[in-house]
Design a protein around this ligand. Structure first.
Ligand code: SAM
Length: 235
């Protein structure tokens, strides 16, 4: 078991267990990100929707509010997180299945997925090129990708976007920072300081990698602050 898997397995036994069953502790930045993802995708009856780094199934529980008649698949390296997601989905009668494994090596047929989504998980993967070529492989032609994640402000373009967002929406920026801080504060003592290594990139750099992987209409849709943005693309 690697560090990331172990960390989230421990997470799943505590705070993660509560999250899968309700929206309690749902951080504001995640709320914004998830709403944006959902507004970008077309959840039509029968769509096969793959959630990468699904955790306790956070995104799945929000997507079913829009359309329950989809087939939801969650992939995650943590068995504990998947147990929580499975339990919640069973309780809600959601058509779902879960795969334990790394999101950059998806054990699914090529062109078998209509929509790929993810929230707060892509930064755990080091090899972004491998990840996005794998996502491109499993998506059907015309399939959609939308995800929200933490990023690094490395380039001028993202910095300007973030500064502009803060200037125009100072209250939102403050609320965003508070929400990040609240989330940090919620980390149980036994997990503090043990967070696994993360691989943050600038969203515009990542958009380039996504384009190189064969996607079109690649967009940095929205950035709420220095650390969180939503990207979308189409195959
Ligand atoms: C911060 S949690 C986010 C969970 C959920 N998507 C949400 O929004 O609440 C990140 C999740 O990614 C999973 N994860 C980390 N690295 C992964 C990898 N390489 N492949 C698959 N899942 C991974 C972790 O186990 C964890 O459940």
């Amino acid at each position: 078991m690697d560090d990331t898997e172990e960390y989230f397995d421990r997470w799943s036994k505590g705070i993660g267990k509560e999250e899968s069953e309700s929206d309690r502790g749902f951080p504001l930045f995640l709320r914004w990100g998830i709403d944006e993802i959902i507004s970008r995708i077309r959840l039509i009856d029968g769509s096969v929707v793959l959630d990468l780094g699904t955790g306790g199934g956070t995104l799945i529980f929000q997507m079913v509010k829009v359309n329950k008649k989809c087939k939801f698949i969650g992939i995650d390296i943590s068995k504990g997180q998947l147990d929580n997601a499975r339990k919640g989905c069973r309780k809600e009668g959601i058509d779902s299945r879960f795969i334990q494994g790394p999101m950059d090596d998806i054990p699914m047929e090529s062109e078998s997925v209509d929509i790929v989504v993810s929230s707060a998980a892509v930064h755990h993967v080091e090899d972004k090129r491998k990840l996005f070529s794998e996502i491109h492989r499993v998506l059907r032609k015309g399939g959609m990708l939308a995800f929200a994640d933490y990023f690094e402000v490395a380039g001028k373009r993202f910095r300007e976007q973030v500064d502009d967002c803060r200037r125009r929406h100072p209250e939102s920026a403050k609320a965003f920072s508070r929400s990040i801080q609240d989330t940090e504060d919620q980390i149980p003592d036994d997990l503090k300081g043990t967070h696994p290594r993360e691989y943050h990139v600038d969203p515009y750099e990542l958009a380039g990698i996504i384009r190189d992987s064969g996607f079109r209409k690649v967009e940095v849709v929205k950035s709420f602050d220095a650390f969180f943005a939503v990207l979308s693309a189409e195959k």
